[in-house]
Design a protein around this ligand. Structure first.
Ligand code: CO
Ligand code: ZN
Length: 325
């Protein structure tokens, strides 16, 4: 499964530019599902037909990144954020555009002021010697993503873009396993989650499932001096109780906990104070859809390098398979 994770995480796909990720996923699972389609917003919807309930499983394809707002006279790229990016977290980091152009992020503020750093005091240096040279390879509106390898170390994955390629990988693995069920399973790979849970809204409206789950990452409370949270990396996938965008439907939450307990799958309960997931827009679509979530506990979410535990990833697949049966 690590190979699938690596392939997905290394594919370019900031919000609104998820096409390559959709192509990789299509290539991996098209023979294992009955129908594959893409809607107007770019959501990739793969259906395994069945006579029972319509269950939608959503993982977002987009990753955080930067967008070029203008190119200054010296050839430095000025930018804004795509999704939740901390200015102080990206200083000195390497970014890469879709065409392979690589840049280094830096800033022009006084060092003492770095905690107040704003994007308008920052730039990307792509080694262009003039604006004209820069404009030959990058234009206003182009997006860059963070660069970094995907590695497995001590049973844990370190990589860029695990939010939410790890969720995509879980759904891909599940589609490949093809769990036996009468229910109709919609593996939905959504767009533009990081800029406001947008793709999932139209996808859910198009499907009108009987219930839905967002499969995404959640924060943990197991690193030094962090906000307290009852989730630890390696202790199992989580059953979402709430996040900043949704309170899980009691029936969905209970069904998940039942599935975990009956099958001896470790799980944790997730109350995430900040941040939303696709469940946030799905549950208020089409007259209301009972929704919840399964998350992979992840350290350093929305940073250049994020981390997950492979046991949690594999148990998330098991939990979802038990849930849809
Ligand atoms: Co995110
Ligand atoms: Zn996410």
């Amino acid at each position: 499964m690590f190979d699938i994770i690596k392939k997905l995480a290394q594919t370019f796909g900031p919000s609104g530019n998820e096409k390559k990720v959709a192509e990789v996923i299509t290539g991996l699972i098209k023979d294992k599902v009955d129908d594959v389609k893409t809607d107007a917003l770019g959501n990739l919807i793969c259906v395994k037909k069945g006579a029972g309930k319509k269950i939608m499983l959503a993982a977002h394809m987009d990753e955080i990144g930067l967008i070029v707002s203008h190119i200054d006279e010296k050839g430095f790229l000025r930018f804004s954020n795509v999704g939740g990016v901390h200015p102080w977290g990206i200083v000195g980091k390497r970014v890469v555009f879709e065409n392979g152009t690589t840049g280094i992020v830096w800033y022009e503020e006084d060092k003492d002021d770095i905690k107040n750093l704003k994007f308008d005091k920052m730039y990307i240096d792509i080694m262009a010697k003039s604006a004209q040279e820069a404009e030959k390879v990058v234009k206003v509106g182009d997006m860059a993503v963070f660069a970094g390898d995907t590695i497995l170390q001590n049973g844990r994955v370190i990589s860029k873009a695990l939010d939410d390629r790890i969720g995509c990988a879980v759904l891909v693995q599940m589609a490949l396993n093809a769990p036996e069920t009468d229910n109709e399973i919609y593996y939905v790979f959504t767009t533009q989650e990081e800029v406001g849970l947008r793709g999932a809204r139209t996808a859910a409206y198009g499907i009108v499932p009987d219930m839905a789950l967002a499969v995404d990452v959640c924060m943990t409370g197991d690193i030094p001096n962090c906000k307290p949270m009852a989730v630890r990396m390696g202790d199992g996938p989580t059953v979402k109780i709430k996040d900043g965008s949704v309170i899980s439907h009691p029936h969905v939450k209970d069904r998940l906990m039942d599935a975990a307990e009956k099958n001896g799958i470790p799980y944790q309960l997730e109350v995430m104070q900040h941040g939303g997931t696709d469940a946030g827009s799905i549950h208020v679509t089409a007259g209301g859809i009972p929704s919840g979530g399964v998350s992979i506990p992840s350290r350093y979410v929305h940073n250049v390098a994020e981390a997950v535990d492979m046991n949690d990833v594999e148990n998330a697949v098991k939990l979802l398979e038990a849930f849809v049966k």
